[in-house]
Design a protein around this ligand. Structure first.
Ligand code: PRP
Ligand code: URA
Length: 209
């Protein structure tokens, strides 16, 4: 069963509070999202397996450890997912990046797919999908389905703020995918926006409204 991990680290919670404030401008919003992406990336990768490696320090030989097994890929859901992707890439600079383009139809709130480009060996990688907002769950479900079509079996979803309805839908559709969030909010409003939320993440990152 899919696990919901809420990253309660004080730094994450403090930065999220600033992001939620409607007075916070585009520059600060974007920087904070990048920083939270990095902090959440630290949590999300805390169980990566290590294997021993023989090295030599300036003093002596030793058995040290390195990350073993499959490599990683980060897949932001455009547009807003880009904001979290940059933070993870600071931690994992050799990770490959795929992109999924999707926007929510304003009336139906259903995701409309418009772009997909994945690394060639994506099926051999652990995939971290990034999208700050998990509202109805429609976009995340469609993105995970798309990535599974490439043969990926190890997928994690990283969001900033989630609505309970969306979490339940993603977990029902993809029980093998763990979800990492900084906050589980109260509910969705009549426009399928997260309450209290932080508004439209894409517009706040890119200054389009
Ligand atoms: C937002 C957000 C998610 C989606 C969440 O994207 O970044 O992708 O809505 O909603 P859902 O869970 O109900 O599917 P949006 O459609 O605003 O596109 P944008 O990132 O291009 O602004
Ligand atoms: N997309 C957003 O950007 N914000 C919400 O609250 C819901 C969907």
């Amino acid at each position: 069963m899919s696990q919901l991990h809420i990253v309660n680290h004080p730094l994450v919670q403090h930065k999220l509070t600033i992001m939620r404030n409607k007075k916070t401008g585009t520059k600060d919003f974007r920087e904070l999202l990048m920083e939270i992406g990095m902090l959440m990336g630290y949590e999300l990768t805390s169980d990566l397996p290590l294997s021993p490696i023989e090295i030599e320090t300036p003093i002596c030989k030793m058995t040290a450890c390195e990350i073993s097994g499959k490599k990683l890929a980060v897949v932001p859901i455009l547009r807003a997912g880009l904001g979290m992707c940059d933070g993870i890439l600071k931690l994992l600079p050799v990770a490959k990046v795929g992109h999924i383009g999707m926007y929510r139809d304003e009336k139906t709130h259903e995701p409309v797919f418009y772009y997909c480009k994945m690394p060639e060996d994506i099926q051999q990688r652990m995939v971290i999908i990034t999208d700050p907002m998990l509202a109805t769950g429609g976009s995340a479900i469609a993105a995970i389905t798309k990535i599974k079509e490439y043969g990926c079996t190890n997928i994690r979803l990283m969001c900033l703020v989630a609505a309970p309805e969306g979490v339940r839908k993603v977990q029902a559709a993809h029980p093998d995918v763990d979800i990492f969030v900084a906050a589980l909010d109260d509910h969705l409003n009549e426009n399928a926006y997260i309450v209290p939320g932080l508004g439209d993440a894409g517009d706040r990152i890119f200054g389009t409204k």
